[in-house]
Design a protein around this ligand. Structure first.
Ligand SMILES: [Zn+2]
Length: 81
């Protein structure tokens, strides 16, 4: 999966996790919502550190909007594994 696909997937997961956490505030007694929201949110944070890296120099690039090349090594990001 390319860097951009991981970026989109992780952003989606973080949004779903955040919506679940908001659901906890609106419905505090909903225990399953709490667990699912926390798990999804923590998973998305972990994926940021594991997957949002340059496929060439492996340095972290947490935001790729309007970014086509790695700011560290200058290689094209879409050509990653
Ligand atoms: Zn790089």
């Amino acid at each position: 999966m390319t860097y951009r696909k991981w970026y989109r997937l992780i952003t989606l997961l973080a949004l779903i996790g955040l919506l679940r956490l908001v659901g906890i505030v609106l419905a505090p007694k909903a225990a399953p919502l709490k667990i699912i929201g926390i798990v999804i949110f923590v998973l998305s944070i972990l994926l940021i550190f594991i997957k949002l890296r340059c496929p060439y120099c492996h340095k972290m690039i947490p935001d790729v909007r309007n970014l086509h090349y790695c700011p560290h090594c200058g290689k094209e990001l879409d050509l990653g594994k």
